[in-house]
Structure formats: C-alpha cells, structure tokens
Design a binder for this molecule. Structure first.
Ligand SMILES: [Zn+2]
Length: 74
C-alpha cells in the first residue's frame, strides 16, 4: 500500500512526509502526531491546556517550553 504524503513548509522548503506526521504550529518541526505532539482540546472531551492558548498542536519541546513560560508568568 502506498502511504499518502503530506506537504509541509519547513525553512521555506517543501518537505513531504507520510500522513502519520503533522507540523508543530510553534516551531514548524514535523512530528509524529500520535506520540510526539500535544493537541489542544477544542471539543471539551479531553484536557484543555491553558498554556497552549493560541495553538492547536505543538511538539513535545514546545509544549514544555510553553508550560514553563506560563508557570513563570503567573
Ligand atoms: Zn515545536
């Protein structure tokens, strides 16, 4: 079976990866969406991350950076 490819723009270059991947909205890195990213709950049936305000999906690194900034900013 041929896997579908998704296109992302990284550093002004188009990269193609399988559809198992998605892009971090904060640093534009391409990550496995299932295990390497955090998703904001917009449907009310999961965890709403207050420190992810403004983002729908971020990578692990950005998630923790945002959390630290959020905790320090209070
Ligand atoms: Zn990121």
């Amino acid at each position: 079976m041929i896997q579908e490819l998704r296109e992302f723009e990284v550093d002004n270059k188009i990269v193609q990866v399988s559809e198992d991947y998605n892009q971090c909205q904060r640093c534009n890195s391409v990550q496995l969406w299932d295990t390497e990213m955090y998703w904001q709950d917009t449907m009310g049936d999961g965890v709403y991350h207050e420190h992810m305000e403004g983002y729908n999906a971020v990578c692990d690194d950005c998630f923790h950076t945002l959390k630290e900034d959020y905790d320090w900013g209070r």
